[in-house]
Design a protein around this ligand. Structure first.
Ligand code: 5HY
Length: 252
């Protein structure tokens, strides 16, 4: 089985962290590859970043389709481009927010999300609503940490995130924590051990869900809204996104 983790931002150190987390839990026989697009934002911290991350993300899905990838993880807590990716993919495509929230609802009564910048909390709330998880979500918290601080050696990211997780337990009535950034994937186990409750990393949660779906022979349904997009021309820098034979005309 081949699973492709797509980190929609272009910071490869973060992508490599995700690959390490995923390979640590992947079943024997499941090959996990983690990639970043050749174009896009260095980090995703706004609607603008999310929008500009999607073209590169879709190129990576198209490349995966040509390489026979069985399923995909969209490894950004805003789950950017999720439905568009499902239109392109034959196999399952799972977003890390979607995976983490659903898993949290299976092991606790209420979860809090701890993410990076406060300006992105609305995106997480929107997803909780869209996924039917709002009734389980106690709060979406932010530790006011720029995403790339997670990559800076010597930053106090882990302490800031852990403190915010503690506040979630004390103030929100949460009994599970969801890490609201793929870049936190390497902190999950240590924070869970420190605060004494389950902490969910969406990257590994999504990898396991994709593995389960593929193992059950389940693929994205191509009847209706997630069928391949209608063929048409795209102009300017998007010319290469025109579809032919079910794939992009030009996969960079
Ligand atoms: C993520 N941004 O998971 C989101 C986290 C966030 O570059 N990867 C990013 O703060 O929304």
């Amino acid at each position: 089985m081949k699973i492709r983790i797509i980190n929609p931002n272009t910071t490869w150190s973060m992508t490599e962290k995700m690959a390490a987390s995923a390979r640590a839990i992947a079943r024997p026989g499941t090959e996990v590859v983690a990639v970043s697009p050749s174009m896009g934002p260095a980090s995703i911290e706004s609607h603008y970043d999310e929008a500009l991350a999607v073209p590169g993300l879709l190129q990576e899905v198209a490349r995966g389709e040509r390489e026979g990838v069985d399923g995909y993880v969209i490894a950004c807590f805003g789950d950017p481009g999720l439905l568009a990716a499902r239109e392109l993919a034959r196999g399952p495509v799972v977003g890390i927010a979607e995976a983490a929230m659903h898993m949290a609802s299976l092991i606790g009564s209420r979860f809090s999300v701890v993410t990076t910048l406060g300006r992105t909390t609305g995106i997480a709330w929107h997803l909780a609503e869209a996924y039917g998880m709002k009734r389980f979500c106690a709060k979406v918290r932010a530790c006011e940490l720029p995403v790339l601080e997670l990559e800076r050696p010597g930053s106090n990211a882990r302490a800031l995130i852990t403190d915010e997780c503690r506040r979630a337990l004390e103030e929100d009535g949460a009994d599970v924590i969801v890490l609201g950034c793929a870049g936190m994937t390497d902190l999950c186990e240590a924070i869970s051990h420190e605060i004494g409750v389950p902490v969910i990393d969406g990257v590994t949660a999504a990898v396991q869900l994709v593995d389960s779906l593929v193992s059950l022979g389940l693929r994205t349904s191509k009847r209706g809204p997630l069928a391949a997009p209608p063929v048409k021309a795209y102009s300017g820098v998007l010319q290469g996104f025109a579809l032919q034979d079910g794939g992009l005309k030009q996969v960079a």
